[in-house]
Design a protein around this ligand. Structure first.
Ligand code: UD1
Length: 434
């Protein structure tokens, strides 16, 4: 299993570029199921979850061409024949977002068999809201042998009101609604930019959608969709992670190819903590140290609030800030697995239920630590970048699920970080997150 060896102490200086958003790319790849024509997606990040989704679609009979060389960020998908509309447990267990194929499969093929995702590292993550929505649209769903089987000769438009805001739930049902008979009105939808990204692709494929990016989405179902070429937006979580890398190392880092509009909550929190941020262009932001790094509280919320996917990275920064930061996790019930590893590096953090109190600044000392999920891994890398000495991070395959060439990008701006081990060894083993 690969490890990162990181020697802390270098301020990160230079320009770092953001890849396409993994969480947009995953639903957009699933959207290819909705048409017999070819879908070409640009700016696809080269991360492990994308390879998992390729395997998932290929196992159903789709042709998926992940580009190489100068086309390495282009993916072409053809779902002309879907011989086996099944999402097998072997794949679903390694990536929970596999449930995104449920809606499009029922809409296109009239049936889907999708393995239940099961437990995961950051708390029980049910898909009951996906199921409830499909049932309202007329699907019959049975659950047996660990699989959900959904059938509908043609889904019907419906009025769907989510009990709770869910990102992939909104995306899954949006994909179901575009081919349904009649109008679907979806209320209390996720407003995440990834939902808007998916909707933009679907519209390019001929779907009739209004209101994506707001809490009410209206869809007029059509009978078929056609091929499209679409460019995925930049990854706001990768960009936010780099902003914190610049801030925590007291460097001078320019984060390019990002969408600063999507980073508002993170930028304003960093400013509150005394970090100097200059938005140089709509897609470029520079981060530098202010006079002092000060404690500031966060409370994770759905977009446009502070993202849960940035909570762990922010906590690493909070260990270096003067004062007490209160960190409240409202989205997932068990998302503090990075805490015990940060504490092993010398951080002063107390967890009480869904809240963590961080007292800083702490002198972090290098240690051997274990990555437990995708964003927890990022948090540990950030802590190691300022720790005294050489840290060893184990199980970095979690990181590879969602960050493209993370160590190479950080090396390019002066970090001492090396990968050790066999990059091509089997990686998905235990915890699944994000
Ligand atoms: C997506 C993101 C993930 C991010 C999360 C919250 C992808 C691939 N992943 O995950 O990175 O951390 O949004 O921003 O886009 N819930 C239910 N029933 C459901 C569905 C969800 O109770 O049917 C609950 C979940 O347990 C959780 C909350 O709703 O407490 C939000 O989850 P959700 O928005 O669905 O997260 P994901 O879409 O899985």
């Amino acid at each position: 299993m690969d490890k990162f060896v990181i020697r802390g102490g270098n301020p990160l200086v230079g320009t770092i570029r953001v890849s396409g958003a993994k969480n947009s790319a995953l639903p957009c790849m699933a959207a290819a199921i909705l048409t017999e024509d070819e879908i070409t997606l640009e700016n696809i990040p080269q991360v492990r979850d994308i390879e998992t989704e390729r395997r998932l679609l290929a196992s159903m009979g789709a042709q998926v061409d992940l580009g190489t060389g100068s086309n390495q960020h282009r993916t072409t998908i053809s779902c002309r024949t879907l011989s086996d509309p099944v999402a097998k447990y072997e794949i679903v267990k390694t990536m929970r977002a596999s449930s995104l194929v449920l809606g499009p499969l029922v809409a296109r093929a009239g049936m889907a068999r999708v393995a239940m995702p099961g437990g995961c590292a950051i708390g029980g993550r049910p898909i009951d809201l996906h199921i409830k929505g499909l049932e309202k649209m007329g699907a019959t769903i049975v659950q047996e042998h660990g699989y959900l089987e959904a059938r509908a000769s043609r889904l019907k438009g419906a009025h769907l009101a989510f009990d709770k805001i869910t990102v992939t739930g909104t995306e899954d049902l949006l994909m179901a609604a575009v081919l349904a008979d009649g109008e679907t009105v979806m209320e209390n939808c996720a407003r995440e930019p990834e939902v808007s990204d998916l909707a933009a692709l679907l519209i390019a494929m001929g779907a009739k959608i209004e209101g994506a990016g707001t809490s009410t989405i209206r869809v007029q179902g059509v009978t078929s969709l056609h091929g499209a070429n679409y460019r995925i937006h930049p990854d706001r979580i990768e960009a936010g992670t780099f902003l914190i890398a610049g801030a925590i190392t007291r460097g001078d880092l320019t984060v390019a190819d990002c969408n600063t509009e999507h980073l508002r909550a993170v930028i304003s929190k960093l400013e509150e903590a005394g970090v100097r941020i200059d938005v140089l262009a709509p897609d470029v932001v520079r981060v530098r140290p202010g006079e002092r790094l000060l404690a500031a509280d966060i409370s994770t919320e759905e977009y446009p609030g502070f993202p849960t996917d940035m909570q762990a990275q922010y906590m690493a920064l909070a260990t270096q800030a003067e004062g007490v930061s209160l960190i409240k996790e409202n989205i997932f019930e068990n998302r503090f697995m990075h805490v015990q590893e940060l504490v092993r590096m010398g951080a002063n953090i107390k967890v009480d239920g869904r809240s963590a109190t961080v007292r800083g600044p702490a002198n972090l000392s290098a240690a051997a630590v274990m990555c437990s999920d995708l964003r927890a891994s990022a948090s540990l890398v950030l802590a190691a970048l300022v720790a005294d000495g050489e840290s060893i991070l184990d199980r970095v395959y979690h990181m590879d699920r969602g960050y493209e060439r993370f160590e190479a990008k950080l090396q390019g701006v002066g970090a001492e970080i090396q990968r050790m081990g066999n990059v091509f060894a089997p990686k998905e083993k235990d915890a699944v997150a994000d």
